[in-house]
Write a protein that binds this ligand. Structure first.
Ligand code: NAD
Length: 256
């Protein structure tokens, strides 16, 4: 693997690394010289990503964890620090989409969506920040969505979780700026990932839904996971040394 090295020697944790945006980001970060701790609840696809990185000459470890479990998160961070002595960068990417108008949603769906999309961000940040403080800095990148900035139909719960991530990002950025800890978030539009295709095909009317989703984006196409990975690389690298508290839209104009 050719390592131009924007992240050379950096220990980077990526959650939800086994698929979609997390997978593309893990591959790109490793290509840039990072030691990638790939965290996912899906061990099968996660190890495939790690093997792909290793086959290309990169360095990665797979860790199985449910990001909404404090015990799992603490154990994962402990293992990473035992292995590589530190964490330099945290990418809180894992998330789920829960559809449905409010009157159709179950309480368990509400709790699960907030646990996986929001609480996970708190748990992982809490686990790495003490050693960021000891070591004089660090970087956190959170995964929000274009729908944190504008409404999208049938996604009230999902959109609320992503607005919470955005608000949490800005508050953490302010609280830790003096400690040299940068905290930003990404706001992607609709990105062509395996789980998007599952959602599009779930109601048997995938073609029509696909057209509607494409129409929401003025650039008139879905984004690619690799396009989000490039934005993630920018925000976690030294190129963004003066950037904190930002919600970066990469959404084909969706939030306009
Ligand atoms: P994806 O479903 O393709 O991949 C998500 C990964 O997270 C999977 O590997 C899954 O196993 C893992 N995961 C889910 N819940 C987990 C848990 N509790 N513990 C550990 N791992 C867990 O998703 P994606 O489309 O690549 O999206 C990644 C992130 O980007 C999510 O936060 C999503 O909300 C956000 N996002 C996606 C889009 C899009 O259109 N794809 C748009 C905006 C924001």
């Amino acid at each position: 693997m050719n390592t131009p090295g924007k992240l050379k020697g950096k220990v980077v944790v990526v959650t939800g690394a086994a698929a979609g945006i997390g997978r593309a980001s893990s591959l790109l970060f490793a290509q840039e010289g990072a030691l990638v701790a790939a965290v996912d609840r899906d061990p099968v696809h996660n190890i495939e990503v790690v093997e792909e990185i290793r086959n290309r000459g990169g360095i990665a470890e797979a860790l199985t964890a449910d990001v909404s479990s404090a015990a799992d998160v603490e154990a994962a961070v402990r293992q990473i620090i035992e292995r590589w002595k530190r964490v330099d960068i945290l990418f809180n990417n894992a998330g789920i989409v829960t559809g449905g108008k409010v009157h159709t949603l179950k309480e368990e769906e509400w709790d699960r969506a907030f646990a996986i999309n929001v609480k996970s961000t708190f748990l992982f940040s809490r686990a790495v920040i003490p050693q960021f403080l000891e070591r004089g800095g660090g970087v956190i990148l959170n995964m929000a969505s274009s729908t944190a900035l504008r409404a999208a139909a049938d996604r009230a719960l999902y959109n609320a979780t992503k607005s919470a991530v955005l608000s949490f990002t800005k508050s953490m950025a302010l609280d830790y700026a003096a400690d040299n800890i940068r905290v930003n978030c990404l706001c992607p539009g609709t990105i062509d990932t395996p789980s998007l295709n599952v959602r599009l095909n779930a109601n048997g009317n995938g073609g029509e839904l696909r057209k509607q989703f494409v129409a929401r984006q003025p650039l008139h196409r879905f984004g690619k996971p690799e396009e989000i990975a490039k934005a993630a690389l920018y925000l976690v690298s030294e190129d963004a040394a003066f950037v904190t508290g930002t919600a970066l839209q990469i959404d084909g104009g969706m939030a306009l």
